[in-house]
Design a protein around this ligand. Structure first.
Ligand SMILES: C[S@@+](CC[C@H](N)C(=O)[O-])C[C@H]1O[C@@H](n2cnc3c(N)ncnc32)[C@H](O)[C@@H]1O
Length: 375
């Protein structure tokens, strides 16, 4: 079966996450295309798309590829919209090309009306249609959203089966009681992507030794992992407990959490089977973009000392073959970029196996995401 995935802004990370999740759940697959903001993936088994989209942080929509055509014509599209006794709601999303959507929509509507169907064409100022528009206009349950994707050779037409759970994501982002705007919260979607990149089997134990306000732990619980967190700051521990207790009241959790105060360079968990360490460590003082080079270099030296010691501890605490997914800052200031080469800080038992980048416009700190494996 061929599926399309509409990717979030960080497309490379989103694809890496999808592939990691499919490998983790032992789905045989082949990535046929990665283009712009979509990917086409062929699988042997049927995917449980509703379940999958709830697990992926970097995917906006998933659907089935239903046709491939040399030109986009209303006569092709009309065949792909299901008949119904009730009113049929339909809409189109374009990826990689533009066309007169109003004309295409009205032509399709006319052809549907000729089949005696009651129809409504859903369009919006912005195209592609957002997940909110797709869901709220009943395109999934009383009609269809057709996603039209341009490739080098032709147009792939997909029918959306599931969209990102935007209400839950927004609640997890803005609804939590303890939000720490000072030390900066990791976006929950990125926390989810990082956990998935670890390819850890659900129910295993994931540890975040720089847990801050607990974003990684929160997303770990949502993905059905047992989670353990620690932080040097008593306030961070208080906030994490408050956030995770709130989460446990909001949704029924299948796994457990535990949090303790600790300096990562001094002590950590003992006697626990830790499958993965997923963490955003201390990234240094906030930058405004016009710092003196000397100051930035001094900050980096001190971060490198912290990371070197922390990584030695990670190698001790992890299970054999355990995974580390760790953010490392890359600094942009005065038109310069300074990165930290984590390879130079690794103890012999940890090896870097992959690296991605997460950058947002206007930010002075780019996040590099390293995947390490214990030998
Ligand atoms: C960038 S924040 C993590 C934010 C977290 N990912 C979140 O979303 O809330 C880094 C955290 O590292 C903690 N920290 C700094 N030095 C530490 C150390 N030596 N041991 C443990 N935690 C430390 C800070 O207190 C801070 O909460």
């Amino acid at each position: 079966m061929k599926y399309f995935f509409i990717l979030g802004r960080q497309t490379e990370l989103s694809i890496a996450e999808i592939e990691a999740k499919l490998r983790q759940q032992r789905t045989s697959f082949k990535t046929l295309q990665k283009k712009l903001d979509f990917a086409i993936i062929e699988t042997e088994q049927e995917l449980l798309v509703e379940e999958l989209i709830n697990k992926l942080g970097g995917t906006i929509k998933i659907g089935l590829v239903v046709d491939e055509v040399p030109n986009v014509l209303a006569t092709n599209l009309v065949k792909l919209i299901p008949d119904s006794d009730k009113k049929v709601h339909f809409g189109f999303s374009l990826h990689g090309f533009q066309t007169n959507l109003t004309k295409l929509g009205l032509e399709t509507k006319k052809l549907l009306q000729e089949k005696d169907l009651k129809v409504r064409f859903v369009s919006s100022k912005e195209n592609p249609l957002s997940s909110v528009i797709v869901q709220k206009n009943h395109l999934l349950d009383q009609g269809a959203e057709l996603v039209l994707m341009k490739t080098e050779k032709n147009y792939i037409i997909g029918r959306t089966l599931a969209v990102q759970p935007f209400e839950l994501l927004s609640k997890l982002d803005y609804g939590r009681p303890a939000r720490d705007s000072y030390s900066g919260m990791l976006p929950p979607k990125l926390a989810q992507i990082m956990i998935n990149l670890s390819e850890t089997a659900p129910k295993k134990l994931i540890y975040d030794p720089f847990c801050g306000s607990g974003t990684i732990l929160q997303q770990g619980l949502i993905l059905d992992y047992n989670v353990l967190g620690s932080d040097i700051s008593p306030k961070a521990i208080h906030d994490t407990n408050e956030n995770l207790d709130w989460l446990a009241n909001e949704i029924s959790l299948k796994t457990k959490y535990s949090v303790f105060q600790s300096d990562v360079t001094k002590q950590g968990p003992l006697g626990l089977a830790i499958s993965a360490i997923v963490t955003e460590p201390y990234l240094g003082p906030a930058l405004r973009g016009h710092e003196k080079q000397e100051q930035v270099e001094k900050n980096i030296q001190s971060l490198m000392r912290l990371y070197r010691t922390a990584l030695q501890k990670f190698a001790e605490w992890l299970d054999p073959k355990g995974i580390v997914i760790m953010i490392v800052p890359k600094f942009q200031f005065n038109d310069q970029v300074i990165s930290i080469d984590l390879n130079k800080l690794l103890p012999p038992r940890l090896k870097a196996v992959a690296k991605w980048e997460y950058a947002r416009e206007g930010q002075h700190v780019i996040r590099e995401i390293y995947k390490l494996q214990k030998a």
